[in-house]
Ligand binder design. Sequence first.
Ligand code: ADP
Ligand code: NA
Length: 311
Amino acid sequence: MTASPPQVLVIGSVNADLTVQAPRIPRPGETVLGDHAQVSPGGKGANQAVAAAQAGAHVTLIAAVGDDPFRAPALEGLQAAGVHLNGLTTAPAPTGLALITVAGDGENAITVASGANLHLAATHLPADFGAAHTLLLQQELTPEVTREAARRAHAAGVRVLLNAAPARGADPQLLAHTHHLIVNEHELAAVLPATAHLPRQAGSGDIAAAARSLLAPAGQGPDTVTVTLGAHGSVTVTAAHTHIQPALNVTVVDTTGAGDTYCGTLAARLAHGENLERALAVAGAAAALACTRPGAQAAMPPLADTLALLD
Ligand code: ADP
Ligand code: NA
C-alpha cells in the first residue's frame, strides 16, 4: 500500500511568538512595563500550515527550527493540527522568535529574530515535488530558498501559491514561478512596479486593475491574483473574471492570523478540487471566524465550523 500523497506542501517559517500586553508601544529609547509574557506558536509558514490542516488538507511543512527551549512551543500547534513534520530540519541557530508588544488600543509592534528560519536551504527541499498538489510559500525565509522551491515545484507541475508577506519588492524570478499570488493592500503596493500608482483611497476597481497588471501569460507568472482587504473582504482577478468577496460581518476580538488563516484555507480548498469562487468564500469565512477568537493558530476554526457559518 502506498501512502496518500500530501495535498498541500508548505515551505516556510516557524516562530515562537513572545507577546506582552503593555499600556502602549514604547517609543525609541523608552521602556514600558507590561504584564506577564505569553508564548504561543507562530510564523507565517506554520500558521498557514495549521490553517490548511484545519481546512481539511493533508499538509506537510518543510521548515527549520533550533534545538532550544522555544522549539517545543513553536511546534505545538502544528503537532496538534496533525501537520506532517518529517521535513523539519534542526538548524545550528535558535528557533525563530517574534517579540510582540500589544498596546491597550490593539496597536502592535513586532520584531522578528529569524534565527533558524534563515538556515533553511535548497538542500533541505524535497527531492520530489510532484507528490504535492499545491505548494504554499510566504516571504519569511531567504529569497534564495523561496525562489528555488517555487522553481522546482513549477517544473514538477505543482500549483504554486505565494503569499508575498511580509512586504518586499517584487522578485521577478519568484513571480515567474507563481501561479496564484495572494497579497494584502500594502504588499500589493510593494510588488507593483515603481511606475504603477495605487491611489491612497483605492476602491475595489483600482485594486482589481492593479492586481490585473500582475497577471502573466500561462506558465510565465500569476494566472490568479488575490488582494485581501481586511474588513473589506478580498478582490481576486483572473484573465476572465473579477471576484469581489465581501467580508462576513463578525464580532472582532483579535485579527492576528486572519491573513494566514485565509491563505492556508484557500490552499487547502483549492487542493481539494473546489472551484475558485467556492474556495475564496470558504477562506473568507475561516478568516472571519479566526477574528472572533484570540490568538493566531489557536483561533483557526475546524472546517465544520467554517462551513456552518457559510450555509
Ligand atoms: P493581513 O492580516 O494579511 O493583512 P487581511 O487583514 O487583509 O490580511 O485579512 C485577510 C482576510 O481575513 C480578509 O480578506 C477577510 O476575508 C478576513 N478578515 C480580516 N479582517 C476581518 C474582519 N474584521 N471581519 C471579517 N473578516 C476579516
Ligand atoms: Na484571532
